[in-house]
Ligand binder design. Sequence first.
Ligand SMILES: [Zn+2]
Length: 199
Amino acid sequence: MRTTRNICALALAAVLAACVAAPTKPSPTVSTAPALARDALKVCAGMGVSNAPQTSRNGQIINFDPTTVVAGAKLMRTPVRGCLSSGFGPRRGGAGRMHKGVDLFTRTPSKIYAGGAGVVERIDTQRGYGRTILIRHNAHVKTRYAHLSAYARGLAHGDKVRRGDLIGYTGESGNATAVHLHYEVLVDGRPRNPMTVGR
Ligand SMILES: [Zn+2]
């Protein structure tokens, strides 16, 4: 009984939230990530996640800070709503196989947001990465988004984006076996751990 009541309360809260959010109509090309910055991040349950950071008993990453500043660029650590399905660093068991980013599993194609303000430096298909976007945030910092199912409509090379703008949708293009975002943070061309960089 108690569970049912809680679900109803949650549903009501969601409806109310939707009503409150309704008046701000996003422009057709730009939609900002609403609550992403406040979200806690969980490690995906039952997926044998390699390089997983420390979590609390309910799977939430301890001391997770959803945003960071990297060499002057303000970035989201997780520019999609998903769970962490693979951490950064050498893969378990694979000698020398380095994972240059983090994987964020979304089950179905889901919105990907620009991790920070910048310029679309590349938007193309790359070997292994599949459909990929590379955003340059400043002279030192770039972010890469890989395995997309689709790009945001109209997004093109050279476009300026703001942090939180819709840039594409998660998928499994390239070398991927599940719908997820592979997200990289590059500082002077070197991949850094999106979960900890800038701290
Ligand atoms: Zn990956």
